[in-house]
Write a protein that binds this ligand. Structure first.
Ligand SMILES: [Zn+2]
Length: 119
């Protein structure tokens, strides 16, 4: 396990329990992706599952270049300024580095337990 994680944008060290960079505010600089979903509903499902399990998940979508952009979970259907999310995108669920291992296990358990909404 790495003790520190330097921000890819500004180089500031990011504590393991923070997802965002304390230096430049990059919201995902210290985060780890624990789920990638093609459907918004599935990403939201993973997000709510982790949230109810006490983690600090962050919802994001990937643009055509694969760059993640954070979304408000309460308002996941549009971007600020009324921009719509491209249909070809995928959605990612991120957690702070210190929560990555445990939250991945929670998601895996949920899938094995058949809680997945997909049939
Ligand atoms: Zn930074």
């Amino acid at each position: 396990m790495d003790a520190t994680n330097d921000c890819p944008s500004c180089g500031a060290p990011i504590p393991a329990d923070l997802a965002s960079c304390p230096g430049c505010g990059d919201p995902l600089a210290g985060a780890r992706e624990v789920a990638v979903e093609p459907m918004r509903q599935q990403a939201l499902f993973a997000f709510s599952l982790l949230k109810s399990a006490g983690f600090h998940p962050i919802l994001a979508f990937h643009d055509e270049g694969g760059e993640p952009h954070t979304l408000e979970a309460e308002e996941p259907f549009s971007l600020g300024g009324g921009l719509m999310i491209p249909v070809t995108t995928t959605f990612g669920v991120y957690v702070p580095r210190s929560e990555a291992e445990e939250s991945a296990r929670v998601l895996e358990d949920a899938r094995l337990g058949g809680i997945e909404t997909e049939t």
